[in-house]
Design a protein around this ligand. Structure first.
Ligand SMILES: [Zn+2]
Ligand SMILES: [Zn+2]
Length: 240
């Protein structure tokens, strides 16, 4: 891609958008790749691929609206069952676990359907059961996709519910004042002062990374979008 050769896109960003860069929408995707965090970019590409799969005939998909929730089309809209198989799922584990998984997949796929539909149904069943448990129904974590909201982090482990305006400073319990953070970003980043979060969650969050007492923060973002795109490119080149 020219933008990659010209050095305006990092290798990782160029690779990330490769699956969706057709003849149409090429420029829009290249532009988008320079505007948002790699995390959001990967999410947007995954969304575009889902939308494309759901379409009755091959179509190019333009980047979504900035900051818009990425709604994945429902399964009913996906391609028919007799499509050519293009992916293989390999499961490695103790023989007993693999045997159990096979039996479970078999139990979930109705006669005359391909075996993979059993796996999809099994996974959807597991997800529904998981979300049915009260302790897995946290509205803040669910809204933030069960991952740290700090741009370019996305950790799914040890999540904390942080008050954007600290409770000690009068911050309330409204959902707009609460955001999902991983333990590291919460305890070391925010509460030790090198990450600053402000604004309203989820869409109106401002992030400052690398907060310094003797100068401006190294990086400022609105949601997953860099405030200064040239800064973003320098940063993504050195970091990725
Ligand atoms: Zn906190
Ligand atoms: Zn984090």
């Amino acid at each position: 891609m020219e933008a990659y050769r010209a050095g305006t896109l990092s290798t990782l960003r160029a690779l990330t958008i490769a699956p969706v860069v057709g003849d149409h929408d090429r420029d829009a995707w290249i532009e988008r790749a320079s505007e948002v965090t790699l995390r959001r970019l990967a999410d947007e590409v995954a969304w575009a691929l889902d939308v494309r799969d759901a379409a009755p005939s091959p179509t190019a998909v333009a980047p979504p609206t900035h900051g818009a929730p990425l709604v994945v089309p429902s399964r009913q809209m996906r391609a028919p069952l007799d499509e050519e198989l293009t992916a293989e799922i390999v499961v490695r584990g103790p023989a007993t676990v693999v045997a159990l998984l096979r039996a479970a997949v078999a139990a979930f796929h109705p006669p005359l359907t391909p075996a993979w539909t059993g796996l999809v149904d099994l996974l959807e069943h597991v997800k529904a059961e998981w979300e049915r448990l009260p302790r897995h129904r946290d509205p803040i974590f669910a809204r933030d996709g069960w991952r740290c909201a700090v741009p370019a982090c996305g950790s799914r482990r040890n999540l904390h519910d942080h008050h954007v305006i600290f409770r000690s400073r009068g911050g309330n319990n409204a959902r707009t004042n609460r955001v999902t953070l991983c333990a590291g970003h919460h305890l070391h980043g925010i509460h030790e002062g090198w990450v600053r979060a402000s604004g309203k969650a989820p869409a109106g969050m401002w992030w400052e990374l690398g907060v310094r007492s003797d100068g401006p923060s190294l990086l400022r973002l609105v949601g997953d979008r860099y405030e200064d795109e040239s800064l973003a490119l320098d940063c993504s080149k050195s970091r990725q």
